[in-house]
Ligand binder design. Structure first.
Ligand code: MN
Length: 414
C-alpha cells in the first residue's frame, strides 16, 4: 500500500496585487495551476481548473487524470466563451495523482504550461515536466542557451495553456513510487527565483513536506518575489515494501541510472484512443535506487577499482624505471678521461637519462696502453664489477710493462 504525505504553500509575492495561483493537495490528487488573463480572469481560470480536477478525477488511473485535465480545459474554455471579459483567460496545470495501473500503485503526472514537476530521489533532483513556453521551445531548437532563457524578456509567454482552445494536448507520465521519493509541484514564481540547486538543497534539508514547501516559498519571496509563488511537496512515506524488495534484487544486479527526466516514449494507447489530441508519454523509472547501504556501495566499489588500477599502473611504471636504473648503474666500464685510463660506473654512452659517472682515474695514460686496446678503451670496455674493471686495468698495465721490458731488453741485447 502506497501512502503519500504532502505540504503546500502559496504567496502573492512582492510585486503582484493578487494571487492567481491555485493549488490542490487532497490525497490522492495534487495540483498547481497558474492563471493568466486580466481583470482577475487568471484567478478564475486557475480556480476553475482546480475545482474541475477535484470533481472529475474519479477514475484513479493515468487516463482518469488526463480525462480530468481535459474536463478542466473544457470548463475554463466554456467559462471564457460565456463571459466576454474573461475571453483569453487560461491557466497552467501540473497535477500528480496516486493511481492503479497494471494492478499496482503508480503515480500519474499530467502537465500543460510552464508550471513544473520535479522528482527528488536519493538526493538527486530531476525535472519531470517539459515547459510549454516560448523560451523552452527556443532552447529545444538550439536558438538560445538555457542561460539566455533564464533572463529572456519573453520567458513568461506560454505556448500551451488550459482554457485557451476547445481541444488541448496533455503531457502524461507514469512513475513507480518508492519510499523516500519526493515530488515537487511548483509555479514559475518559484523557479524564476531559485536555482535547481537551491531548491534541491531545501528539499534535502527539511524532512517535513509542509516545512519544505513553506521554506521554498519564503526563499523565493526573499529573492524578489516577482510573481505569485506556489509549491506542493508530496512525499512517498510508504510503498508497501517495494523499495526493500528492489534493494534485495539490486544486490545481484547492476545499479540502474537515475530516473528518466523527460517523457521517453509515447505509450498508453487507451488514452490516445479516447482523445486524439492528447499526447501521453511514459517515463518508466527502471528501478528505485536502494534506500539501504548496499546501494551506494556499488559506485564506490567502481571507484576503488579505478583507484587500484591507477596504483597498479604507477607501480609497474616505477618498477620499470627502477629496473632500468639498476641495469644502467649496475655495470662498470673502463674508458678514458682526457689522457688517463679511468673506471666509470654505468653503461658506455649512458642509458636513457642515466649518464655514466667517473669512479676512478688510474695512474695509466692511453699512451702507456698498447695501441691494440685503444679502440675498445675509447668505446668503453664493459666489466661486470668494479673489481673486474680493476683487474682489466692491471692487465693493461702488465701488458704494457712486459712490452716495454721486451723492447728494453731487445735494445740492450746488441
Ligand atoms: Mn506565474
Amino acid at each position: 500500500m502506497t501512502t503519500l504525505q504532502a505540504g503546500a504553500a502559496t504567496d502573492v509575492g512582492r510585486v503582484r496585487q493578487i494571487n492567481e495561483d491555485r493549488y490542490l493537495a487532497e490525497e490522492p490528487l495534487y495540483a498547481v495551476a497558474d492563471g493568466v488573463g486580466g481583470h482577475q480572469a487568471g484567478e478564475v481560470a486557475a480556480q476553475t481548473a482546480v475545482d474541475t480536477m477535484r470533481s472529475e478525477f474519479t477514475e484513479h488511473t493515468a487516463k482518469g487524470l488526463v480525462d480530468a485535465a481535459l474536463a478542466a480545459n473544457q470548463a475554463v474554455w466554456q467559462l471564457a466563451q460565456d463571459n466576454a471579459e474573461k475571453r483569453g483567460m487560461g491557466t497552467t496545470l501540473t497535477a500528480v495523482a496516486l493511481v492503479v495501473e497494471d494492478g499496482e500503485d503508480q503515480l500519474a503526472l499530467a502537465n500543460v504550461g510552464d508550471s513544473r514537476a520535479y522528482l527528488l530521489q536519493q538526493g538527486e533532483l530531476v525535472q519531470l515536466t517539459e515547459d510549454h513556453s516560448l523560451v523552452e521551445e527556443l532552447v529545444r531548437d538550439g536558438r538560445i542557451t538555457p542561460e539566455e532563457a533564464k533572463v529572456h524578456p519573453q520567458r513568461s509567454i506560454i505556448t500551451r495553456a488550459l482554457g485557451m482552445e476547445p481541444a488541448i494536448e496533455v503531457d502524461c507520465w507514469k512513475l513507480i513510487p518508492y519510499r523516500g521519493d519526493r515530488i515537487l509541484l511548483c509555479s514559475d514564481g518559484l523557479t524564476n527565483e531559485l536555482s535547481n540547486d537551491r531548491i534541491a538543497s531545501v528539499l534535502r534539508k527539511l524532512a517535513d513536506p509542509q516545512e519544505a514547501a513553506g521554506d521554498l516559498v519564503r526563499q523565493a519571496r526573499a529573492e524578489g518575489g516577482g510573481d505569485n509563488i506556489t509549491v506542493v511537496v508530496i512525499d512517498v512515506v510508504d510503498d508497501g515494501g517495494r523499495a526493500e524488495k528492489a534493494s534485495a534484487e539490486l544486490a545481484d544486479e547492476p545499479r540502474p541510472k537515475a530516473p528518466t527526466p523527460a517523457p521517453v516514449s509515447t505509450g498508453d494507447q487507451d488514452v490516445r484512443a479516447v482523445q486524439s489530441s492528447t499526447t501521453t508519454a511514459t517515463a518508466t523509472r527502471p528501478r528505485p535506487a536502494a534506500a539501504t547501504p548496499p546501494g551506494p556501495a556499488r559506485p564506490r566499489r567502481l571507484t576503488w577499482r579505478v583507484l587500484a588500477f591507477v596504483v597498479l599502473v604507477v607501480a609497474v611504471f616505477a618498477a620499470v624505471i627502477l629496473s632500468v636504473a639498476w641495469y644502467a648503474r649496475s655495470a662498470y666500464f673502463v674508458g678514458v678521461d682526457g689522457e688517463r685510463v679511468a673506471i666509470y660506473r654505468g653503461r658506455p654512452g649512458g642509458l636513457l637519462w642515466f649518464d655514466p659517472t667517473l669512479q676512478e682515474r688510474k695512474p695509466l695514460t692511453l699512451a702507456d696502453v698498447l695501441p691494440v686496446h685503444h679502440g675498445e678503451l675509447q668505446a668503453g670496455k664493459e666489466q661486470a664489477s668494479k673489481a673486474a674493471a680493476d683487474r682489466y686495468v692491471n692487465r693493461l698495465r702488465q701488458e704494457s710493462e712486459e712490452r716495454r721490458a721486451v723492447t728494453t731488453t731487445t735494445t740492450l741485447a746488441p
